[in-house]
Design a protein around this ligand. Structure first.
Ligand code: ADP
Ligand code: MG
Length: 249
């Protein structure tokens, strides 16, 4: 039996400007199960980031509700790696623990261990400017994992990177997330990235966002994201989601 970790019901969100009201989300409902990898896909401006802001508690919905099944902790990772250039890699990764006043010897060792395990052991005392974009993204993920969140919210976490780095880092990020047994809600506008990484994909319509379709991604020989792109039913999902998005240029 899969355990439900989050239930989202009929979320609606209007933003009020001085002059006008923007209807960002109209009706968003979905469930998330423990250790599931969910992607939210939709055109730019459809309200994807707004969903994550609501789920992380930064914004309130205008109506509707969401409920975590237990007392979960959340890790939120944004597009920009937002590492502090004046802090070392290790000190960047410890910042969440410092803020939570939870920088114990054990927690610090946990973070050093993550950095060692995921190929950053030689860079603890280096600065972000010494690292490639892909490595910085890996550091940002480890910083997010440092506080041991149950659920990771990833907002276009890889889209600032060039295409090749993005493919490589999706393999990396996927491996780390699976090893650490996390539940993930990832927002992306990249259909291929979503299919290659997810158990389920929620497709949002253009603004005001409603759930257009939800797909269980059932790939042959599911393995790493890069290999999953070669799966024979990858294109089946790609075509369906492409059609849902109804892109006009
Ligand atoms: P996406 O992440 O899918 O690109 P967003 O969730 O960022 O979309 O935005 C959805 C819509 O809501 C956009 O039209 C955006 O301009 C608007 N919006 C987002 N945040 C705010 C805000 N704080 N105030 C006013 N409008 C906002
Ligand atoms: Mg966004």
């Amino acid at each position: 039996m899969k355990n439900k970790i989050l239930s989202v019901k009929n979320l609606k969100k209007n933003f009020h400007d001085k002059h006008l009201e923007i209807e960002a989300l109209k009706d968003i409902s979905f469930d998330v199960y423990e250790k599931e990898f969910i992607s939210i896909v939709g055109p730019s401006g459809c309200g994807k980031s707004t969903i994550l802001s609501i789920l992380s508690g930064l914004e309130n919905p205008s109506s509707g509700n969401f409920k975590y099944s237990k007392d979960v902790t959340i890790g939120y990772m944004l597009q920009n790696d937002s590492l502090f250039p004046w802090r070392t890699i290790l000190d960047n990764c410890l910042i969440g623990l410092e803020i939570n006043n939870n920088l114990t010897k054990e927690n610090k060792e946990y973070v050093i261990n993550l950095l060692n395990t995921y190929g950053l052991g030689d860079f603890l005392d280096k600065y972000p400017s010494n690292l490639s974009g892909g490595m910085r993204q890996r550091v940002a993920l480890i910083r997010t994992l440092a506080t041991k969140p149950d659920i990771l919210l990833l907002d276009e976490a890889m889209s600032a990177l060039d295409y090749q780095s993005r493919l490589a880092i999706s393999d990396d990020i996927y491996r780390i997330i699976k090893n650490e047994g996390k539940t993930v809600i990832m927002v992306t506008h990249d259909i291929g990235e979503a299919i290659s990484m997810s158990d389920r994909i929620i497709v949002i319509s253009k603004r005001p966002g409603v759930v257009k379709n939800i797909y269980d991604i059932d790939l042959d020989n599911k393995s790493t994201p890069i290999n999953n792109r070669k799966s024979k039913n990858f294109n089946y999902y790609f075509d369906k989601i492409w059609r849902d998005l109804d892109v006009h240029i």
